[in-house]
Design a binder for this molecule. Structure first.
Ligand code: CP
Length: 313
């Protein structure tokens, strides 16, 4: 595999889950594969899990790791072609991507959506700019429209906790005071298309995700009905896609409670706002898989880096 940019880079989800499970059993099985190779992780936005788990994954493969908080510490980047750079931006992505490629064998990038300009966000200027101008493989650590490493983790976690050949999986919106991106939900939906599952999305009206991503997937506006007989409830807030980036609703009745969850397993990518998105009783119950999801971030990242390193050899 050359790059890992989206769920489309997964050729067989079942094979990838199997390989990630094997890595989890023996994380040091390829501890020399990345020897003398360097990964650079560039964060334009905050992170706990992605930053640490990707470093851990790279170290398990014997790689050296450079991390930079690009959003705070790097030069403000220009993306336009032929721009007269007499305003706020200091460095063009054409140079920046080529320069980072001199120091790193793989580049991981986190660059969230602005949520102010849908067209620009969907153009994925950071991810696609680095892909275009860098000379080394690129890994998506959450971009404007996708978080495929998280979705790969979620597939692994569901496989480990599933007792049915065809589980019922619900993706539920939950309230949040701030406008959040669509990336996690988008990649989860794309990943669920590769699963044998009864899959339903539930959210208040006005919170429909990009219809190109949810095409032909069942949407249920009644959360209670959607949760009936669920095996997994995956919870995430996102802002409106139609009224791009707006918070239209903070209805607390959409918060996930133990009563609503019933016998289903609770999943969330974290970080999560307690007693806004989900009540304490859920997170502190044995139905919550959130810590296992966070643990599995390492093995999903390690699988992706392993595939890229094997391609580099
Ligand atoms: N789930 C996730 O990507 O966590 P971080 O934002 O902390 O990396």
């Amino acid at each position: 595999m050359q790059h890992f940019l989206s769920i489309d880079d997964i050729d067989s989800l079942a094979d990838w889950v199997k390989a990630a499970r094997a890595i989890k059993i023996d994380p040091l099985q390829s501890k020399f594969l990345g020897r003398d190779k360097t990964i650079g992780l560039l964060f334009f936005n905050n992170s706990l899990r992605t930053r640490l788990s990707t470093q851990k994954a790279a170290m398990n493969l014997g790689m050296d790791v450079i991390v930079m908080n690009f959003g705070n510490e790097g030069w403000a980047l220009e993306y336009g072609d032929g721009t007269i750079m007499d305003q706020g931006t200091s460095e063009h992505i054409k140079e920046a991507a080529q320069v980072v490629s001199q120091y790193c064998d793989i580049i991981g990038l986190r660059a969230f959506a602005s949520l102010t300009d849908k067209e620009k966000d969907e153009a994925e200027m950071v991810l696609n700019g680095f892909r275009k101008y860098a000379s080394v493989p690129i890994v998506n650590l959450e971009s404007s429209v996708g978080h495929p490493l998280q979705a790969m983790t979620d597939a692994l976690t569901m496989a480990e906790n599933s007792t049915k050949a065809k589980p019922k999986v619900v993706l539920s919106w939950a309230p949040h005071p701030r406008a959040l991106p669509h990336a996690v939900a988008n990649s989860f939906v794309q990943m669920m298309r590769l699963q044998n599952a009864d899959f339903v999305i539930t959210h208040p009206e006005g919170y429909d995700l990009n219809p190109r991503i949810t095409k032909n997937i069942k949407i249920e506006y009644d959360q209670k009905k959607a949760f009936e007989n669920a095996d997994f409830v995956y919870v995430k807030n996102w802002s409106s896609y139609l009224n791009y980036g707006m918070v239209l609703n903070q209805d607390p009745s959409w918060m996930i409670t133990k009563e609503k969850l019933g016998d289903a397993k609770f999943m969330h990518c974290l970080p999560v706002r307690r007693n806004v998105v989900v009540e304490d009783a859920v997170l502190e119950s044995d139905r919550s898989l959130v810590i296992e999801q966070a643990n599995n971030r390492t093995y999903a990242a390690q699988l992706v880096l392993k595939k890229i390193l094997e391609h580099l050899k």
